[in-house]
Design a protein around this ligand. Structure first.
Ligand code: NAG
Ligand code: NAG
Ligand code: NAG
Ligand code: CU
Length: 171
């Protein structure tokens, strides 16, 4: 407990993105069965800070964020972690592969109601100061590092400039 240390890593960057984008998954079709979400995603570039909006009639579908294994298998997490509002907004907070499935009946396995995207890191504007960091740990063991960290990201668009602040709190 005494060794519990808080590492605060604050990164402030002026981003070259004009503003974060909202992606309506499936566009006019929304989140449904028998739609090719891979084709939908193929021509799109997703960046950290963008949002996915899953639209569907409440009760007809839901949304689970899963890992690659569960995506392949269409294996459903507990219902308690499902998104169910019919207008589920997910902020893409970290780069990398993200997997989403519908957990209703066989919508994923048979209906192909599953989406894989790759989120790109935030594009940096050249010439603007790169990531600035403060509060590097002096006595903290970096062993666990940010792997166990909680990442809270907030994004604000101020006209053409976005200011991103990340707090990584590691125990
Ligand atoms: C994927 O998720 C499942 C259940 O949600 C979990 O059992 C499994 O360990 C996870 N696999 C990986 C590689 O993280
Ligand atoms: C995925 O399916 C395979 C074959 O049915 C099974 O062996 C494996 O345990 C499943 N994995 C998960 C995470 O459900
Ligand atoms: C759906 O969510 C988006 C983003 O959170 C919001 O802007 C929009 O007003 C919502 N629409 C409805 C019908 O609730
Ligand atoms: Cu569904």
């Amino acid at each position: 407990m005494a060794s519990k240390s808080i590492v605060v890593f604050v990164a402030i960057a002026f981003l070259s993105i004009v503003s974060a984008k909202d992606f309506m998954v499936g566009d006019d079709k929304g989140w449904t069965i028998n739609f090719d979400y891979q084709a939908w995603a193929q021509d799109k570039e997703f960046y950290v800070g963008d949002k996915l909006v899953f639209k569907y009639p409440v009760g007809v579908h839901n949304v689970f964020k899963v890992n690659g294994t569960a995506f392949q298998n269409c294996s459903k997490p507990p219902l308690s972690v499902a998104l169910i509002t019919g207008n589920d907004t997910i902020v893409l907070a970290t780069p990398g592969r993200k997997w989403y499935i519908c957990g209703v009946a066989q919508h994923c396995a048979v209906g192909g109601q599953k989406l894989l995207i790759v989120v790109n890191p935030v594009a940096m504007s050249p010439g603007v100061a790169p990531w600035l960091s403060f509060g590097a740990p002096t006595q903290a063991s970096p062993a666990t590092g940010s792997a166990n960290g909680i990442v809270i990201a907030s994004f604000q668009s101020i006209t053409a400039v976005a200011l991103a602040v990340f707090f990584v709190i590691a125990f």
